[in-house]
Design a binder for this molecule. Structure first.
Ligand code: SF4
Ligand code: SF4
Length: 295
């Protein structure tokens, strides 16, 4: 179906959610979150979190102070800058002090910038109050499954209550936390987008079920992204040779999950330190040494 008017209004100047806006408004990510609380088989920790980030070059991790300074410098240089996201390089909510300190300072010092965050969802239920306090515009949860048997093939372990939990049991906890977090955000009126990584032979068919459930619970967009499998990134999935989807396979699955959600197809899986209009990356203009020199 179509997006309700109130959501359409909320996202109309957001570069990631509106086909029109992404030509006129810019976004940036600040990489303040190095740690992660789960392991995805497709993650290669040498690169950025695959929640939203294309495996590429490692982001420089910034302190909250550096991130605020960078955001202000970018906003001064790129007047279309409307959205600041925290998406890695690990999981933002596994680094709550760093992530929330950044949001707190920005909502005080740059109140016109919309804030967003993406997460694997494990720590989400514990963070909903804090997210609501900082006036977070929307949250992206990466949900790759709703069935622990599928999950056990995607996540070897999670870090939970100070211990490592493995296999199906780990996947079950992660799935429950993701679904609970999604429900809590929707209940607070915070917009939720769901990202899924399509892994051929593992969760491709299953993602139709994921799509149905997350939309039913109130996610406003479901974005199916391809597993990016490139030989030079070595072992995905614990074994060599897990392939990413062919373009037609991805297209077919996106069609099956679409509804009005096809507006998300221009998502570029930006890096955790991306800067600029979608499709451009001006991150090199705002590296740590350049920001530190901006006093
Ligand atoms: Fe890697 Fe992101 Fe998965 Fe954490 S959530 S293991 S950083 S892909
Ligand atoms: Fe927008 Fe997708 Fe890039 Fe995030 S990764 S900033 S949703 S285009």
């Amino acid at each position: 179906g179509h997006l309700p008017e109130e959501i359409r209004n909320k996202v109309k100047n957001h570069p990631c959610y509106s086909e029109e806006a992404h030509h006129y408004f810019a976004r940036m990510h600040v990489a303040v979150a190095p740690a992660c609380n789960i392991q995805c088989h497709y993650c290669n920790r040498k690169y950025d979190c695959a929640n939203e980030s294309r495996p590429g070059v490692v982001s420089e991790v910034l302190t909250p102070d550096q991130a605020v300074k960078k955001t202000k410098a970018v906003a001064a240089a790129i007047p279309q800058m409307s959205v600041l996201g925290i998406a890695g390089p690990g999981d933002p909510l596994a680094n709550p002090q760093r992530t929330f300190e950044t949001f707190r300072m920005l909502s005080e010092q740059a109140p016109d910038i919309k804030l967003c965050v993406s997460t694997n969802g494990l720590a989400l239920p514990d963070c909903v109050d804090e997210l609501a306090k900082h006036n977070i515009d929307h949250v992206t949860i990466t949900i790759n499954c709703v069935d622990p048997d599928v999950g056990a093939r995607i996540y070897p372990w999670i870090y939970w209550n100070n211990k490592r939990v493995f296999g199906r049991k780990a996947a079950k906890i992660l799935i429950e936390q993701q679904q609970k977090g999604l429900e809590m955000l929707v209940a607070r009126g915070i917009l939720v987008k769901v990202n899924s990584v399509m892994i051929p032979g593992v969760n491709d068919e299953h993602l139709k079920e994921v799509s149905r459930i997350v939309k039913e619970k109130g996610a406003f967009l479901h974005n199916v992204m391809p597993l990016i499998s490139e030989a030079e990134h070595g072992t995905f999935y614990g074994i060599m040779g897990q392939r990413g989807p062919e373009p037609e396979e991805l297209q077919d699955l996106q069609d099956a999950c679409a509804g009005d959600m096809n507006m998300m197809r221009h998502c570029r899986q930006c890096r955790a330190d991306a800067v600029g209009l979608l499709g451009e990356d001006r991150g090199e203009e705002f590296t740590l040494d350049k920001i530190d020199a901006m006093d």
